[in-house]
Design a binder for this molecule. Structure first.
Ligand code: C5P
Length: 339
């Protein structure tokens, strides 16, 4: 059991919850539990939600106030489920008679919802982490992993804080390296993110994959294994950029996403024409990405795309302009969890 400092608990605990992008996503097959086994290289980017929790008066209940993008009813939000699951995990440290107190949570949503960026999963990871700190409870790594895995397939990835190989249903997470040389603080690839205003449900995309919306040949699996091997020993930013066309093709859920939302087909075609470089899909879509050697180059491309949205050269599926954002891929050393 740890000693709890009442003064500390009065201050809100704040966490950034970064989005993830799948640089590769191979679907290896269907599991007995109905989930799919995956092989994916995921990276966190610096587009992030912000989660904060503060201890609420005793005998109240956990509450959530959301600003920014609308993630749907607060009662269904993963932040509240994460706090409840973290409370169960924290109970032994507090003793059975005094459960960890209620929390008031705030969520500022800057990551689009149902966009293939795991925003909700990242919020859950950040909320569980913040709740444990607010209650002054440290879990051992296995208990922490079990808590995160209970919250959803994409949640354990956020334990790493940098690029990782994700396998199984999502619960097997292996940290990967990043740039091999250069100043790590200044050597971050830029990633242009383009998210059309259509929500794609992950189960619907997996169902479309089950129903045959897939490419034969296992190219995504090979590309994914190769990238993971290279990142294990470290890859230079320029080497990553030269692999972009292979990576952009290495998403087994992209055909399924296009079946669920056919407007993605002309959208991607327009993106390819306007950007003149490989364009990949993150997760089950609809977010698209393109890699750049630096954040500055991604920002110039974002400006050009914003102009193309204004002239209608880039379509706006869903009836609203897509979100266009220049981001950076984060390394483990970047992801201090407190902003
Ligand atoms: O684990 P999570 O609740 O985030 O998964 C959402 C849905 O995505 C699951 O209900 C399942 O339909 C699908 N899924 C899957 N295989 C995975 C991860 C998710 O089939 N590895």
């Amino acid at each position: 059991m740890t000693t709890r400092d009442p003064e500390r608990r009065l201050a809100p605990v704040i966490r950034l919850a970064p989005a993830k992008v799948n640089l590769t996503l191979a679907v290896l097959g269907t599991r007995d539990d109905g989930y799919h086994s995956l092989h994916s290289v995921m990276v966190p980017i610096d587009l992030a939600d912000r989660v904060s929790v503060s201890v609420a008066p005793p005998r109240s209940r956990d509450t959530l106030h959301v600003t920014g993008f609308d993630p749907g009813p607060a009662d269904d939000n993963l932040v509240l489920r994460a706090i409840a699951a973290a409370r169960e995990a924290a109970r032994p440290a507090w003793g059975r008679r005094t459960p960890p107190p209620p929390l008031s949570a705030r969520l500022d949503k800057r990551i689009p919802v149902a966009a293939g960026l795991a925003g909700g999963s990242s919020d859950a990871a950040a909320a569980a982490d913040a709740a444990l700190e607010a209650w002054d409870v440290g879990l051992d790594p296995d208990a922490r992993h079990a808590l995160f895995a209970r919250l959803g397939s994409d949640v354990p990835f956020f334990l790493v804080g940098g690029p990782a190989l994700v396998e199984g249903r999502g619960e097997r997470v292996t940290p990967l390296g990043w740039v091999r040389d250069g100043d790590p603080a200044h050597d971050r690839p830029g990633l242009l993110l383009v998210t059309p205003a259509v929500a794609i449900s992950t189960p619907a995309a997996f169902r479309a994959w089950d129903d045959g919306a897939r490419v034969a040949g296992g190219a995504a699996r090979l590309a994914s294994a190769h990238l993971a091997d290279e990142l294990r020993t470290g890859l230079r930013v320029q080497d990553l950029i030269t692999r972009a066309s292979v990576l952009a093709a290495a998403n087994d859920l992209a055909p399924a996403a296009a079946v669920v939302e056919p407007a993605l087909v002309p959208f991607k075609r327009a993106l390819l024409r306007l950007l003149g470089r490989p364009v990949g899909v993150s997760g089950s879509g609809p977010s698209h990405w393109a890699l750049y050697p630096s954040h500055g180059e991604a920002a110039s491309a974002a400006e050009a795309l914003a102009a193309a949205v204004a002239t209608g050269e880039l379509p706006s599926p869903g009836g609203r302009p897509p979100l266009v954002a220049a981001t950076r891929i984060l390394a483990t050393t970047d992801t201090q969890r407190t902003p």
